[in-house]
Design a protein around this ligand. Structure first.
Ligand SMILES: Cc1ncc(COP(=O)(O)O)c(C=O)c1O
Length: 323
């Protein structure tokens, strides 16, 4: 046990050393991670006044190419999020895309990666508000693998934590502070022996996972909550709607979903940039369908991974090559 703990510590230290050397972008300059320092009183750290994105890049050994998935769409969403928090990013959408690609190139990553742009209130002072504060903008990039187990399927619980309401803190904008809601739900689920939480809205409708949108399949049709049910307007969600309709010829219906519909669904999956396509095989100790990964989710996963690794020309427009 002691030997294992020592190994874990050594691996963590090695990772930290490596991370210190990554190039990051902060307020108009490329810097080493170790040199990009923020003050203890940074507003966003105390009050959650930041917005962010999570963007994946997939390495393709066949093409010897790194493909960034839906790069422009992510930055377009970031531009919508900043409006909500009255933040300003001083560079254009084109420049945001260009800078990200330049950053990945500078790091010379030739493996799967994750990009994390972050716009935040950076004044170092006390006082909760959005106005009369300095804004900063950063991009961080790191090698990244699977965020949840996407092969065997995951077990979920309906969270005792409700999703934040649009009139309390709008989930439509990817606001750092709102992720306390997700963290409460995720930890509750994991401490109860599940892999992930499914949150409900205040009205009791199925909303989303801690960092994923949700779909269920029943009698050959797919259902997903509408964007007016306090979800993040997920880009993977949009991609899934497109693939279900156009490739699998499955009708997709966006409507409010009752909790008990989770218990009688044939298939359920969560989707998001981090989680990718995660089949759900059990909800609240009730097997989904026969408790195995279902055929529609299987097909969607295959299609998705072919697309993101550049093996499907029809959807090449989802990808931006780095090199
Ligand atoms: C709360 C929440 N819902 C849904 C998603 C999925 O969004 P996307 O597919 O754009 O990554 C995410 C991931 O970013 C999320 O954090």
């Amino acid at each position: 046990m002691a030997i294992k703990a020592e190994g874990v510590t050594r691996a963590a230290e090695a990772r930290k050393k490596e991370q210190a050397q990554y190039w990051v972008y902060l307020d108009g300059e490329f810097k080493r991670y170790a040199d990009a320092r923020l003050g203890l009183m940074t507003h966003a750290l105390h009050y959650g006044t930041g917005v962010f994105e999570g963007i994946r890049g997939y390495w393709s050994p066949e093409h010897e190419q790194l493909f960034v998935l839906k790069l422009r769409e992510h930055f377009a969403r970031l531009q919508r999020s900043v409006k909500v928090l009255k933040l300003k990013i001083p560079i254009s959408l084109d420049e945001l895309c260009k800078t990200s690609i330049e950053l990945v190139r500078k790091n010379n990553f030739r493996q799967d990666i994750y990009l994390r742009p972050l716009a935040f209130k950076s004044s170092e002072e006390i006082g909760v508000r959005l106005h009369n504060l300095r804004d900063s903008f950063a991009i961080y990039v790191t090698p990244f693998g699977n965020y949840v187990d996407i092969e065997r399927g995951i077990r979920c619980m309906v969270s005792s934590w409700r999703r934040v309401d649009d009139n309390a803190a709008p989930a439509r904008a990817k606001i750092t502070g709102i992720y306390v809601n997700s963290a409460l739900a995720k930890t509750e689920a994991m401490e109860n022996g599940f892999d992930e939480a499914i949150m409900l809205t205040h009205e009791g409708h199925v909303c989303e996972g801690s960092a994923e949108n949700i779909f269920l399949l029943r009698d050959g049709k797919a259902y997903t909550p509408p964007t007016s049910d306090n979800i993040l307007e997920g880009l993977t969600r949009l991609g899934m709607i497109e693939l279900l309709r156009n490739e699998l010829k499955v009708e997709v219906i966006e409507r409010s979903i009752d909790r008990s519909e989770l218990y009688v669904a044939d298939e359920i999956f969560l989707c998001g940039t981090g989680a990718q396509i995660s089949p759900v095989v059990d909800v609240d100790h009730r097997p989904v369908g026969d408790g195995q990964v279902g055929p529609v989710v299987n097909r969607l996963q295959k299609l998705y991974f072919d697309i993101v690794r550049g093996r499907n020309d029809k959807y090449r427009h989802w990808l931006t090559p780095v090199y």
